[in-house]
Design a protein around this ligand. Structure first.
Ligand SMILES: [Zn+2]
Length: 250
């Protein structure tokens, strides 16, 4: 009798286990199907918790994550520029400086959110970088300049280079020394030092490198005006010749 009771107990336990297991499997299937539906509908963006009362959506593309205010995505034309630059930084930059090794979060904000995020900064800025995060203001993405796609590409490379500087401090130190900076001071008698692509390069070593790399990404910019040392650094940053990595956007 005792034995029969035991057998019933074992059967009951087995049934309960089977029931629970099959419910768990059902639940997993439902979650997978929902996820698949969202992916197929192109809505696989991840909604991030509110930042300063601002709800963000995001997408991942290679080593980059792009965040934007829910309801205010980047225009498709600008998104294409973003993808192209990300491809270049992933496929054509030397491995240690590539996006594969330096993943970055990009934030694109429209006016209100930009005001919130830059309220502590005194000067008016178009974009900035902090560690592995790059913040793009409305003007840097939607400028009304004729060349605005090219400007966006330069800004993306510029801010990315700042992020690389923050994780490769030897790299920027060597660059500054080799280019001719004396700390943050400019040498007085060194003609080569002043051969740059933009005046803002002469602000300090960090901006020198970011501007030089940014503007040299555009095929249309002639690099003959650049000092030999800067040119060498650019050539070493990319793993392919300039004809292959440079781009033009219209
Ligand atoms: Zn800068």
């Amino acid at each position: 009798m005792e034995k029969v009771r035991n057998k019933n107990f074992v059967d009951l336990t087995k049934n309960v286990c089977n029931f629970i297991c099959s419910r768990i499997l059902d639940l997993i299937s439902v979650v997978l199907i929902c996820f698949l539906i969202l992916v197929l509908m192109g809505r696989a963006t991840e909604v991030v918790a509110r930042v300063g009362g601002i709800e963000l959506d995001s997408l991942k593309y290679r080593g980059a994550t792009l965040y934007w205010e829910a309801g205010n995505p980047m225009h498709n034309e600008k998104l294409e520029v973003f993808y192209t630059v990300i491809d270049s930084l992933t496929d054509n930059a030397r491995k240690e400086y590539s996006l594969d090794e330096n993943s970055i979060k990009f934030y694109y904000f429209t006016d209100k959110a930009w005001e919130y995020f830059t309220s502590d900064i005194d000067v008016e800025i178009l974009a900035y970088q902090a560690g592995g995060e790059v913040f793009l203001g409305p003007e840097s993405v939607n400028s009304d300049q004729i060349d605005s796609n090219n400007e966006l590409a330069v800004t993306l490379i510029h801010e990315y280079v700042h992020a690389v500087q923050s994780s490769h401090q030897d790299y920027i130190s060597y660059y500054a020394r080799d280019v001719g900076w004396q700390g943050n001071e400019k040498p007085e008698e060194d003609e080569n030092f002043y051969k740059v692509l933009s005046d803002y390069s002469l602000e300090n070593p960090l901006e020198d490198m970011a501007e030089t790399y940014g503007y040299s990404y555009l095929c249309g910019n002639n690099l003959e005006d650049l000092s030999e040392v800067r040119l060498q650094y650019i050539n070493e940053f990319w793993s392919v010749p300039r004809e292959e990595y440079c781009r033009d956007f219209h």
